[in-house]
Design a protein around this ligand. Structure first.
Ligand SMILES: NC(=O)c1ccc[n+]([C@@H]2O[C@H](COP(=O)([O-])OP(=O)(O)OC[C@H]3O[C@@H](n4cnc5c(N)ncnc54)[C@H](O)[C@@H]3O)[C@@H](O)[C@H]2O)c1
Length: 353
């Protein structure tokens, strides 16, 4: 059985969830919670972490198995993770640490490594970008390193790379696959909101207005108090919902507040008002409560395995179906059911992308 060698940039809650999740499904491949036990020939247990980058003094220099449990990470523990032999290396800080994070993320005094060299040395095949929202320069630096090292790039955050024609062209010309942008959680606010709007439109309801408010108590939400870092996050979340309606709908979507005692729980309120037969008013008020990092992990296991299939098949450039299924701001936006069919057509080898 082939292994998938993965490097991680940003050892925060999402990294913790996927590292623990891989242990969880390695111990019991039949445990519930996966959309696909196998993607192609790959099970989650085939994912192996070979390199990791962070900038925090609490994480750099530690084995990945310890770094994932360092504060301010606060997602719950679901698995014991034995030593991985992967020491977290220091990347360039650039714009990774914003105004609110600097109080809770002390920057390591260790020397920065050459990310390209580290990717090559570790044998990484895929680099997953899990940096904080607003880390545009730092994300670009990791994308450059992936291109140079010819390592596939999966962008979990709302900085536009796979969905940006300039970056997508560079990945195509280099023959390196990329997928993104901004991971769409397994049963998260975006897929629920998209599905609600699509359902209403398909059933002939004229959607008049909709909003989605999100609160949480992790560093992601703390960082997102800085409105200037949020432009692409709002655009990513809003564009995913907007694409479900053939006409403009007044919409307000975004992270709404930081509530420290929620820890890694995220609470989302979705409101939709529309008119059906006879102009009669319908209102839907939905509340979703999840543990945020595990919600991303359930999709990232599919994104990583889908990207590995592209590598196996020698496909470079943006992966249309993997991105539409797993991300909020893909190169081509699709309703959820269509994206899932496209993903399955790709992973079963029926389509090229
Ligand atoms: N369900 C979800 O949790 C979800 C969904 C969609 C998108 N995302 C996005 O995924 C990203 C990661 O989320 P998270 O909850 O793990 O965040 P986090 O704040 O817990 O982790 C971010 C990590 O990046 C590190 N970092 C900062 N600058 C760095 C740099 N220059 N190089 C290397 N590491 C650096 C931080 O020290 C921290 O360990 C965020 O952008 C988030 O918005 C998460």
């Amino acid at each position: 059985m082939g292994r998938i060698k993965v490097a991680i940039a940003g050892v925060g809650n999402c990294a913790s969830a996927i590292v623990q999740g891989i242990r969880y499904y390695s111990a019991d491949a039949a445990a519930p919670g996966l959309a696909y036990r196998k993607v192609g020939r790959y099970a989650p247990g085939d994912i192996e972490f070979v390199a990791a980058f962070d900038v925090s003094e609490k994480k750099v220099g530690k084995d990945l198995s310890e770094a994932i449990f360092q504060p301010p990470n606060n997602t719950p523990k679901i698995a014991d993770v034995p030593r991985t032999g992967v020491q977290v290396k220091k990347g360039k800080v650039l714009d990774g640490i914003g105004r609110y994070l600097k109080d809770v993320v002390p920057v390591s005094g260790r020397a920065e490594v050459d990310v390209v060299e580290e990717l090559e040395r570790s044998g990484a095949e895929v680099l997953v970008n899990y940096l904080p929202v607003g880390s545009t320069k730092a994300s670009h630096a990791y994308a450059e390193a992936a291109l140079e090292a010819r390592v596939a790039f999966i962008n979990a955050i709302p900085v536009f790379i796979s969905s940006d024609p300039w970056w997508a062209g560079r990945f195509s010309r280099r023959g390196v696959p990329c997928a993104g942008d901004d991971v769409m959680s397994q049963l998260g606010a975006t897929v629920l909101h998209k599905t609600m709007v699509k359902l209403a439109v398909d059933r002939g309801v004229k959607v008049d207005e909709t909003y989605q408010l999100n609160i949480g108590g992790d560093t992601d939400f703390l960082n997102m108090l800085e409105e200037s870092r949020l432009k692409d996050k709002r655009e990513s979340k809003t564009s995913a919902v907007r694409a479900m309606s053939p006409y403009p709908v007044p919409t307000r979507i975004g992270p709404s507040d930081y509530v420290p005692f929620l820890n890694n729980d995220k609470v989302c309120y979705i409101w939709l008002k529309g008119r059906y037969f006879g102009g009669t008013v319908v209102r839907i008020d939905a509340k979703l409560h999840v543990v945020d990092a595990y919600d991303s992990g359930g999709v990232m296991v599919d994104a990583i395995r889908g990207t590995k299939l592209a590598l196996d098949r020698g496909i470079g450039g943006p992966l249309k179906s993997v991105s539409a299924y797993c991300f909020k701001h893909p190169p081509v936006q699709m309703p959820y059911a269509e994206a899932k069919s496209a993903f399955e057509a790709f992973t079963s080898g029926k389509t090229e992308r």
